[in-house]
Design a protein around this ligand. Structure first.
Ligand code: FA5
Length: 342
């Protein structure tokens, strides 16, 4: 009987060696080590053997079963390894292939300049105020001392939506809204960034939509020299430490006196070049002391309070600082242009 079992062992070994997948191995395990296997049946038959034969026979069967178990385990490990190898090969990534560059976004130049100006003024205790782009005539003009039919309304050609509403032509209406809402705040210091719209003819320096930043201070002891100091700091932050500024008389209905502010040319340092048209100076913004009429309409006693304000065109600052040749470049989303200002 033992020879018969040895023959089965040899047959099992051969089949295990040839097995090519885990299912086949499972079947072989059931066949040779399961309850109905020849070896299990032989164990049952041991009862009929003599006392002297039984131990040797039992030891041999156990040894055969242990050998088969080990062989099955080894075959299983090998098949599993082969499966993993094959998977690794079929899913292999060629790490020598050149990668696809990831295109990173960047902040638009106009937004960068707005943020630079915001940082400067927030650092000096100003708060940022915003207002609607579709504005009431009342705030865009009337409460800024520009009653209906005032000739100075022609300074800002407007897009009207109804008789009383328009696309705001400047950020100055935010001053009015903020003053009406914050009567108790002293000193009152705000900046108002935002988009504005004018029915201007388009050219290299004029667009129908552009950005402004307005600044307003109201307090009991403000003067033109506070305005000048503030603007000097702004000019130096934007255009370099060597900048000087000068004020020229101007006119805005909402400020009195009003000034146009020039900076010394940052390209030629004031010597005269094509950028400053040989004058050494470049105009950058309009400003002035808040007109008493505007203070009164917003609920401030002009006998007690004064203020200063200015409004700067952000695209014009960007054009001057980065030698941009056409304002429309800011709005067409040409990535080659935008990427230069990362
Ligand atoms: C005003 O808009 C006043 N509200 C500014 C102000 C505020 C004065 C507070 C006094 C006190 P002005 O129309 O000059 O002013 O416009 C201000 C700036 O906007 C200009 O200096 C210029 O930089 C920019 N700007 C005006 N029109 C255009 C345009 N069509 N395209 C691009 N930028 C423009």
């Amino acid at each position: 009987m033992i020879q018969q079992l040895e023959a089965i062992l040899e047959e099992a070994k051969a089949k295990i060696r040839q097995a090519s997948d885990l299912n086949e191995l499972g079947d072989l395990k059931a066949l040779y080590l399961g309850k109905k296997s020849a070896f299990s049946a032989a164990m049952q038959d041991m009862r009929m053997m003599s006392e002297s034969e039984r131990p040797l026979f039992g030891q041999r069967i156990n040894a055969i079963k242990a050998e088969l178990s080990t062989l099955l385990e080894q075959a299983k490990t090998q098949i599993e390894k082969a499966v993993i190898e094959q998977k690794l090969q079929s899913e292999a990534v060629d790490i020598t292939l050149p990668g696809k560059p990831i295109r990173l976004g960047a902040t638009h130049l106009v937004t960068q300049i707005i943020e630079e100006i915001e940082n400067l003024f927030v650092g000096m205790g100003y708060t940022i105020e915003e207002g609607p782009e579709v504005e009431l005539d009342k705030y865009n003009f009337e409460m800024l001392n520009l009653p209906k039919d005032h000739p100075a309304r022609d300074m800002q050609d407007s897009f009207y939506i109804t008789e009383e509403t328009l696309l705001r032509t400047h950020t100055s209406p935010v001053q009015v809204r903020a003053m009406l809402a914050n009567h108790n705040q002293r000193p009152f210091k705000i900046i108002c960034p935002g988009k504005v719209y004018r029915n201007d003819d388009e050219d290299k320096t004029h667009s129908h939509q552009f950005s402004q930043i307005e600044a307003l201070v109201v307090d009991e002891n403000t003067s033109l020299s506070d305005l000048k100091g503030t603007l000097l700091l702004l000019a130096r932050t934007l255009f370099g430490e060597e900048r000087q500024i000068r004020m020229r008389p101007s006119f805005f209905p909402f400020t009195e006196p009003s000034v146009e502010v020039d900076i010394s040319c940052h390209r030629c340092n004031g010597a005269g070049c094509s950028l400053c048209k040989g004058t050494g100076w470049i105009e950058i913004l309009g400003a002035g002391m808040v007109n008493n009429a505007v203070l009164s309409m917003a609920g401030y006693d002009p006998e007690k309070y004064q203020g200063f304000a200015f409004g700067v065109g952000v695209e014009r600052v960007a054009i001057l600082r980065h030698a941009v040749d056409d304002i429309r470049q800011f709005f067409v989303n040409d990535m080659r242009f935008n990427r230069q200002f990362r």
